[in-house]
Ligand binder design. Structure first.
Ligand code: FES
Ligand SMILES: [Fe+2]
Length: 373
């Protein structure tokens, strides 16, 4: 376990005010990404969706976690289970996207057939295969937890319970977005981004850039003063006051603007104007690249139904496009010989309008990689 993380300018320090930023090699080195997949993505609770996608028996969703295909399906007994999305015959991937399967899961290759609980129910022409017992070929199950209406998986067979480290997550989500488990998915977006997954989380972890880089978004909330961020062991939460100046939405005063950065790769936002949750998750996809999936959940607003459309437009057409351009530019800079490290701009309050949350995220990264004690 190392204790010093040094770049060209100086050391990473556990005090944001005294620290230089994460050296650029952490964003550009293939070995770092391999270590992240092994020590972070295969060992952490990773969000894969929302219970709204799993309402009925046979409803399923699929996802990739650090290159590992996984599926989640609701059984006839109403239990939601997760498995590697891999057939136990010769390894074909079983399901794609999200949807519903009727009787069970049929492999598209040779039609081995699995029940929703993962048991192999039928395997064509195996009567002549000596000592073949279907019981020996169930799907490989993965740990699953549900909190705040969101579904999390952990590929580590020895995973600690979700509550360890995310203890108050369920409570804070339910406090701010009561009834979240009944929200519906109103949009899904996917992006291949030419930036390391951490650059995207970095960008989300700080509001320092918002007044500069997101002119429309910055009319939605009060940028004059930041409240301190709340940092639990494995997630951070930010809350600011909305501000009714975005012309496309009818807003009341002081509607909250909420943000969560959930270890390791889940970034969530709830914008003023409607009851909504925007969840972004980034999966590493080679050096300097990631795949971003965004799900937007909400519930109909009887008073201002147009606010949901305005929210989608603001996020998908403006705000997220601006962020993608920012992170891709930062990745080019991180990969250049002209940059290694800067400083964290942390304000006294430790608010989201500064970079104190960014420093918290980096400290979590370094600890998970064993670079910091
Ligand atoms: S790989 Fe699935 S049935 Fe052959
Ligand atoms: Fe941004």
């Amino acid at each position: 376990m190392g204790t010093d993380v040094r770049g060209e300018r100086g050391l990473f320090n556990s005090d944001a005010k005294a620290s230089f930023t994460l050296p650029s090699r952490f964003y550009t080195d293939r070995k770092v990404q391999e270590r992240e997949i092994a020590s972070i993505f295969k060992r952490s609770w990773i969000n894969v969706g929302h219970v709204g996608d799993l309402a009925e028996p046979g409803d399923y969703l699929t996802e990739t976690i650090g290159h590992q295909p996984v599926l989640v399906v609701r059984g006839r007994d109403d239990e939601i289970r997760a498995f590697y999305n891999v057939c136990q015959h010769r390894g074909h991937v079983l399901l794609k996207g999200r949807g519903q399967v009727k009787r069970g899961i049929t492999c598209p290759y040779h039609a081995w057939f699995y029940d929703f609980d993962g048991t192999l129910k039928a395997a064509r022409m195996t009567d002549d295969v000596p000592d073949f017992d279907r019981k020996d070929f169930p799907l490989r199950q993965v740990n699953l937890a549900i909190a705040g209406g969101l579904v999390f998986l952990n590929l580590d067979p020895d995973a600690k319970p979700f509550e360890d480290g995310y203890g108050s997550f369920d409570e804070t989500i339910n406090w701010h977005l009561k009834g979240i488990e009944n929200f519906k998915r109103v949009a899904s977006l996917e992006y291949d981004i030419a930036a390391d997954w951490k650059v995207v989380v970095d960008n989300f972890s700080e509001g320092y850039h918002i007044p500069i880089a997101h002119p429309q978004l910055s009319t939605l909330y009060d940028t004059s003063g930041g409240k301190p961020g709340h940092h639990d062991k494995l997630f951070s939460h930010f809350q600011n006051s909305g501000h009714p100046a975005y012309e496309a939405m009818e807003l009341g005063e002081n509607e909250p603007y909420l943000g969560w950065v959930v270890w390791p790769n889940l970034c969530m936002l709830s914008l003023p104007g409607s009851r909504n949750l925007i969840a972004l998750r980034m999966d590493p996809d080679g050096v300097g690249r990631c795949h971003e999936r965004v799900d937007i959940y909400g519930e109909p607003d009887p008073v201002h139904p147009e606010n949901v459309d305005a929210l989608l437009k603001l996020f998908a057409e403006i705000f997220n496009q601006e962020d993608i351009a920012l992170v891709e530019s930062v990745q080019r800079g991180l990969a250049s010989d002209g940059y290694d490290q800067g400083r964290y701009v942390a304000d006294r309050a430790g608010s989201w309008f500064s970079e104190s949350g960014l420093h918290v995220f980096h400290e979590r990264i370094l600890k998970a990689l064993g670079e910091l004690a």
